[in-house]
Design a protein around this ligand. Structure first.
Ligand SMILES: *[C@@H]1O[C@H](CO)[C@@H](O)[C@H](O)[C@H]1NC(C)=O
Ligand SMILES: *[C@@H]1O[C@H](CO)[C@@H](O)[C@H](O)[C@H]1NC(C)=O
Ligand SMILES: *[C@@H]1O[C@H](CO)[C@@H](O)[C@H](O)[C@H]1NC(C)=O
Ligand SMILES: *[C@@H]1O[C@H](CO)[C@@H](O)[C@H](O)[C@H]1NC(C)=O
Ligand SMILES: *[C@@H]1O[C@H](CO)[C@@H](O)[C@H](O)[C@H]1NC(C)=O
Length: 361
């Protein structure tokens, strides 16, 4: 390509950054997205090219959990959507302020060279309150937001939070500070543990009432609802049942919850596409649990074992998305965007359309 040249700059944070020529057909598409949004539809992209078939009339941010794809960057920008990095670092390593600023400078540099619009901090590490790591994490968020906002005008820095703020999975973070110091929290309302009296019974990934309680707890900490984006699962769990009791309760073999109340290792994660391929030939067809407000079905595997699959579908997601509006949250998003069937099969197309539609009832 003629004229391909690199431009090198020294950032205020002291790092050098070299910008390759803009890969988009229109060089203006390499500009960071500047406008602010009243509401978000936040999508995690993890693999493949199905992003081409996302409902771009809704998408506001795509977080990159896959290898960088310049075509996606140009495309997202052409739709006015932000395209952000993932940030994951061992918190032990960034207790030292020098190492912390070096890590941040590296991410800002990467975002600039890839013409991206921010970062999603996905830390997910156990941290106890009042430890050096606890304070370092808050500092990381503060300094990351400060550096991105300064170096990439209009950029967005977000943080992935557990479904409630109370030390879920030993992640005892200062969420009120993190919400304040970032643009918003993406609340991962999934992988929720079953209630303790029900711990050996298969249940929903994200039961409605429990999910809502999580948001109330964030808000009770003084967090502005506009700092919260609701994350819904586009996947469910497949459990092997030791026994199916009356009322179609699936008793599970192992009950490791006694030792690790937040491990959800009993079931296997299954994507919505797989679930939709199974449901019609299952033993029960789609059932609806009106207590947990989630869908489920039973099937028998080739060894004759009974399984129960619990999942979110347009009905359960519409209920949650309605609540997003009611409480004035910043928006909604999902883990993850590539798990639907984007083929040209007409039944799949209807199902995929319904899942996107459910996000904004
Ligand atoms: C955030 O960082 C700035 C310096 O970059 C500092 O002045 C400010 O006190 C920090 N805020 C918090 C809450 O730590
Ligand atoms: C958490 O951050 C807030 C600032 O938003 C601060 O007032 C509070 O003291 C912090 N909590 C702890 C335990 O450090
Ligand atoms: C299985 O469930 C049935 C019906 O509730 C019950 O009578 C039976 O004791 C259970 N079997 C085992 C092994 O738990
Ligand atoms: C499964 O059943 C539903 C409801 O009866 C139907 O609309 C759908 O087309 C079926 N799916 C497939 C893949 O045949
Ligand atoms: C869910 O919450 C509503 C409102 O607080 C309550 O009326 C209902 O009984 C709850 N359902 C369950 C299953 O806890």
């Amino acid at each position: 390509m003629g004229g391909m040249s690199a431009v090198c700059l020294i950032l205020m944070i002291g790092a050098a950054v070299c910008l390759a020529a803009c890969p988009c057909s229109d060089p203006a598409l390499c500009d960071p997205i500047q406008h602010s949004r009243d509401s978000e539809v936040y999508v995690f992209h993890v693999s493949g090219k199905s992003w081409k078939l996302y409902d771009w009339s809704k998408v506001t941010t795509v977080a990159l959990f896959a290898p960088y794809d310049p075509e996606l960057m140009c495309f997202a920008h052409s739709k006015g959507a932000r395209f952000v990095l993932t940030g994951d670092v061992s918190v032990k390593e960034i207790v030292d302020p020098k190492q912390r600023s070096a890590w941040i400078a590296g991410k800002v540099n990467l975002a600039k060279t890839q013409y991206m619009d921010g970062i999603n901090l996905d830390i997910e590490q156990p941290i106890l309150p009042h430890t050096p790591e606890y304070y370092a994490l808050t500092d990381l968020v503060n300094e990351t937001t400060e550096a991105f906002h300064r170096e990439i005008p209009g950029s967005q820095v977000t943080f992935d939070a557990t479904w409630n703020p109370n030390c879920v999975a030993m992640r005892c973070y200062n969420y009120s500070a993190i919400a304040e110091l970032s643009d918003f929290l993406f609340v991962m309302s999934y992988d929720e543990p079953p209630p303790i009296w029900n711990k050996c019974i298969a249940g929903a990934n994200a039961p409605f009432n429990q999910t809502i309680t999580g948001y109330q707890q964030f808000i009770n900490l003084g967090i502005d609802p506009k700092k919260l984006v609701m994350g819904v699962p586009w996947y469910g769990y497949d459990y092997v049942c030791l026994n199916l009791t009356e009322g179609n309760k699936c008793e599970m073999g192992k009950c490791s919850f006694q030792w690790d109340p937040y491990s959800y290792a009993e079931g296997n994660q299954v994507g919505y596409m797989t679930i939709m391929k199974q449901v019609n030939s299952s033993l029960t067809g789609r059932l609806w649990d009106d207590v947990q407000k989630a869908a489920l079905f039973n099937y028998k595997d080739t060894e004759g074992k009974i399984h129960q699959v619990w999942y979110d579908d347009p009905e359960s997601i519409t209920l949650k998305a309605t609540y997003v509006k009611k409480l004035g949250l910043r928006g909604i998003g999902m883990w993850h965007g590539d798990v639907l069937d984007y083929s040209d099969d007409p039944v799949a197309q209807e199902q995929t359309k319904a899942m996107w539609k459910a996000l904004t009832p």
